[in-house]
Design a protein around this ligand. Structure first.
Ligand SMILES: Nc1ncnc2c1ncn2[C@@H]1O[C@H](COP(=O)(O)OP(=O)(O)OP(=O)(O)O)[C@@H](O)[C@H]1O
Length: 330
């Protein structure tokens, strides 16, 4: 793996107020890198630094072998030529057809007619919209508009695609359609994707690695699986709670206790199997009373609260802990 985008102690201030503070980050070539954070955390600023629309107040930023921070505007334009971008509001030209939208960057790049038509057809085929080539954007659904956005962003064959809240204006179904397309862009075309979002589900379904931004700082980075399965900061844990079941809240627990007088224990589920067998071996009856398991990068993650009765509960829990499983008494 080679590094595609590198932030070295990058800070960005607006009128003396930090939007990004001391960001150090490597994005590898060919990966889908998710950046997640609440509104105002600095996500858009991070994107605008990568494509050279903003310059850091301090620190160094590399895109490929180029130190963007050392380049004049002309050099930055060169770098930008290898970067595609898609937006929350799609930013399509309403007065151009679907084909016209995709052709636009090729026109700007000076690609001549027959070649331009060939490339547009190939791109529209790739995003599944060849039959809509002559329609105007207003006739398309949100998901289709974003697929045009993707085709247009890929027209000049960039090696890096920046997606800034690209699915935030879409409903869950069309979000899935666009994310599936982004996965193909990454896997089939080898394009590095930086995905900015406040939606954890988006990260969950496509990102290989993720950085959590909180008030301009990167508070956590790691494989999407690790950050989800075991968030090490409050900021990350908060996001995970919105998408995955976690331990029951005190209010939920109070309600559960009314219905379930046995010992309540929450087990964090990672890849391990064999919870049921361990309980059985110790003569413990385990009733599932809360929780859920999701799939992430083809592995299991989540947490389950059990009501345990009978048998040797302490021995069963000790056996789970001995296998490195996180167990919490509620
Ligand atoms: N051009 C600007 N001038 C002044 N302040 C700015 C500018 N751009 C961003 N900021 C400030 O920098 C901080 C980070 O903003 P940014 O847009 O990067 O966050 P974000 O995580 O993308 O949020 P959102 O999801 O709401 O777009 C905010 O406090 C914002 O007000």
């Amino acid at each position: 793996m080679t590094v595609h985008v590198r932030f070295e102690h990058v800070s960005k201030e607006f009128s003396g107020r930090p939007a990004l503070a001391d960001v150090t980050l490597d994005i590898e070539r060919g990966e889908v890198f998710g950046v997640i954070g609440h509104s105002g955390a600095g996500k858009s600023t991070l994107v605008r630094l990568i494509n050279g629309l903003e310059t850091p107040t301090s620190g160094r930023l590399y895109v490929g072998p180029q130190e963007v921070t050392a380049l004049a505007e002309r050099g930055r334009r060169e770098v930008r030529r290898d970067i595609g971008m898609i937006f929350q509001q799609f930013n399509l030209f309403r007065s151009r057809t679907v084909a016209g939208n995709v052709a636009y960057p090729l026109k700007v790049a000076g690609v001549r007619q027959p070649e331009r038509d060939r490339r547009v057809a190939r791109l529209l085929d790739f995003v599944g919209l060849l039959d809509r080539a002559h329609d105007y954007p207003e006739k398309l659904s949100g998901g289709q508009k974003q697929r045009v956005g993707v085709a247009r962003a890929l027209a000049t064959e960039p090696s890096l695609l920046l997606a800034d809240e690209a699915t935030s204006a879409l409903d869950p179904e069309t979000t899935g359609e666009v994310l599936a397309l982004l996965r193909r862009v990454n896997r089939d075309l080898g394009v590095t994707i930086v995905l900015i979002t406040h939606e954890l589900d988006v990260i969950r379904s496509v990102a290989d690695r993720v950085a959590v931004l909180d008030s301009g700082r990167v508070v956590e980075t790691g494989s999407a699986y690790d950050v989800f399965a075991q968030p090490s900061t409050d900021a990350a844990a908060q996001f995970v709670r919105t998408a995955l079941r976690d331990r029951p809240s005190p209010e939920t627990l109070a309600r559960l206790r009314v219905r379930h007088p046995g010992r309540l224990v929450t087990v964090r589920v990672r890849d391990q199997a064999g919870l049921a067998r361990t309980f059985l071996e110790h003569g413990v009856a385990a009733e599932v009373v809360f929780g859920g398991i999701s799939e992430l990068q083809e592995r299991s993650v989540g947490s389950i609260t059990f009501e345990l009765t009978g048998g040797d509960v302490d021995a069963a829990l000790a056996a789970l802990k001995a296998e490195g499983i996180e167990v919490n008494d509620e």
